[in-house]
Design a protein around this ligand. Structure first.
Ligand SMILES: C[S@@+](CC[C@H](N)C(=O)[O-])C[C@H]1O[C@@H](n2cnc3c(N)ncnc32)[C@H](O)[C@@H]1O
Length: 260
């Protein structure tokens, strides 16, 4: 089996087309949402699928306590190394589908990087929300960053979607993204395949991540929250803006759920 891009934490950031300042902007928006919907200070935060927790690192520097969960030991190791000496940022190796933490309840939780739609089974989405709810105070917020469904077409065979070359430090990376066929009756909208050929100079490594994606729109998130019996949906914000109408959403939206 090919390795995963998450085994190369520095390179994954360049592959995902992250621009300088993006993470800080996301953190500022989360804090704006917290101020808007939570009438008490945020002192303890849970970062879901945290990777190396770039958001958590910014928050911890602002004296907020952060715990992150992720399944990847490599991403967690990178986060621990980057956060060395930073008090108040802890990592746990957990799967997002169902987890428990030896922690007091948090004020808020967040799930960034548009990763929520990788949960494709009804059962996993519900146990995920129940796990997050068990880690949150009553009235606590759960903010979920979701990409806007861009009209993915069904394909009958593996089809190249887009390709580009990026520079990641000394490594040059050829990135190819594919769509794979799905059955009409599946609960997913596409199978996304990310292939990266990383040229390290004298050798090349090919990574491959195959990710079934189940898009979710604001009304479906509202339904999902109700089905969990643990959350209600308060708002859907477009493109890191409190004021932009959701119908004008360009790239991503943020679901804001409240623990009931
Ligand atoms: C796109 S990265 C985002 C990392 C981080 N939140 C950020 O903004 O940089 C997605 C992360 O989700 C993690 N992940 C994917 N599936 C997971 C699962 N089932 N359970 C736990 N973590 C998972 C990966 O290991 C990876 O670190």
């Amino acid at each position: 089996m090919d390795p995963s891009i998450y085994q190369f934490p520095d390179i994954f950031r360049c592959v995902h087309m992250e621009a300088p300042g993006d993470i800080a902007r996301e953190v500022r928006f989360l804090q704006e949402v917290w101020r808007h919907h939570l009438k008490r200070p945020v002192r303890r935060v849970l970062d879901i699928a945290c990777g190396n927790s770039p958001h958590g690192q910014i928050l911890a520097r602002a004296s907020i306590e952060v715990a992150g969960i992720d399944r990847s030991p490599t991403m967690i190791a990178a986060g621990r190394a980057e956060a060395a000496g930073l008090k108040g940022l802890r990592f746990y190796r957990r799967r997002i589908e169902q987890f428990q933490l030896p922690e007091k309840p948090f004020d808020t939780a967040f799930f960034m990087s548009e990763t929520f739609p990788i949960m494709i089974h009804n059962r996993d989405i519900i146990t995920h929300l129940q796990s997050v709810a068990a880690s949150l105070k009553r009235g606590g917020l759960y903010c979920i960053d979701i990409d806007r469904q861009g009209g993915v077409e069904l394909v009958s065979q593996r089809t190249l979607w887009r390709e580009r070359t990026v520079q990641a430090g000394d490594a040059q990376v050829e990135v190819r993204e594919y769509h794979r066929p799905i059955e009409w009756h599946e609960a997913i909208h596409s199978i996304y395949e990310l292939e990266c050929t990383i040229h390290f100079g004298d050798r090349a490594v090919i990574t491959r991540d195959v990710i079934p994606v189940r898009y979710i729109t604001p009304p479906l998130m509202d339904l999902t929250a109700r089905a969990s019996k643990k959350f209600e949906m308060l708002a859907a914000y477009a493109d890191l803006s409190i004021t932009r109408p959701i119908a004008q959403c360009y790239g991503r939206w943020l679901a804001v759920l409240r623990r009931i």
